[in-house]
Design a protein around this ligand. Structure first.
Ligand code: APR
Ligand code: ZN
Length: 255
């Protein structure tokens, strides 16, 4: 039985999630057997060079991801975080590496779910982008990214400026969104929790090191990992809780 973390009126909680939190909703993770990259080389479908070389293949890949994501719903781990978010408001900062919309969907459910209605919302930061957003591929373009559920295209989608549109996803070789805000929130948190991330992709995998640094400076801050197996950055965490996100996360968050 997992004992709940001490979360009170003063807790500043930083949560980082990865593909493992959505696995039990039915979205394949990247590095487990049967992971998403299996039939494609990463650089073909998830790099600026891959898009330049074959935008059609890249759009087909992300259209299939969109279709898969439309068919799934949040699980108990997403819902537990959303419920806690209703209570903590902006004292919960949730950075997700996932591009699926399951944290947002769970938050919407919690906001409209009767008892849990609350004016405050936690902050959800989609650091690797969002599957259901599209933007112009021309960096200097002033058109904003927009919500986009399209899964079928007759022709490759184009921006009003004439350039090809691309998925609003952070690809290999690109810098995650909002890193400045993320680092600031890691430096200010009292509790750092990572859920379902193999700890292989930086800079996300390196955030927990800041907690170690702060501890070396005498600060009182704790780091916790939840996931099926030891992540690659396991040594940087104070505690590991190994198991399924849907079982451990609700117990750990006490919701
Ligand atoms: N509950 C908890 N953890 C799980 C579960 C589960 N039900 N199922 C799998 N996991 C764990 C796996 O053991 C693994 O450690 O989740 C982790 C998933 O790791 P990855 O597939 O590597 O996903 P992630 O760490 O999110 O990948 C980071 O890599 O390709 C890029 O941009 C992409 O955001 C992605 C980034
Ligand atoms: Zn444009």
């Amino acid at each position: 039985m997992t004992a709940p973390l001490p979360i009170d009126d003063h807790t500043q909680l930083f949560v980082l999630t990865g593909a493992g939190i959505s696995a039990e909703s039915g979205i394949a993770t990247f590095r487990d057997a049967g992971g998403l990259w299996e039939n494609h080389k990463v650089e073909e479908v998830a790099s600026p060079g891959g898009f330049a070389a074959n935008p059609e293949l890249v759009w087909r890949f992300y259209a299939a991801r969109r279709k898969a994501a439309l068919a799934v719903i949040p699980n108990a781990a997403h819902r537990a975080l959303a419920q806690l978010g209703s209570r903590l408001g902006d004292r919960l900062f949730l950075a997700t590496q996932n591009v699926d919309p399951l944290h947002q969907k769970a938050a919407e459910e919690a906001q409209t779910g009767g008892q849990l209605r609350s004016a405050s919302t936690s902050i959800i930061c989609a650091m690797h982008g969002e599957l259901f957003k599209t933007r112009c591929s021309r960096e200097a373009c002033t058109e904003e990214p927009f919500y986009d559920e399209r899964c079928d295209f007759e022709d490759l989608p184009r921006c009003p400026c004439g350039s090809l549109q691309r998925p609003h996803i952070v690809w290999f070789g690109e810098i995650p969104f909002e890193m400045h805000t993320i680092k600031r929130r890691v430096q200010a948190c009292s509790l750092f929790v990572t859920i379902g991330s193999s700890g292989a992709v930086y800079p996300a995998a390196g955030l927990v090191r800041e907690i170690r640094y702060r501890q070396s400076q005498g600060e009182s801050v704790r780091s916790v990992y939840v996931g099926l197996e030891r992540p690659e950055n396991a040594d940087s965490f104070d505690e590991l809780h190994l198991g399924r996100a849907t079982e451990i996360v609700p117990a750990l968050l006490g919701v």
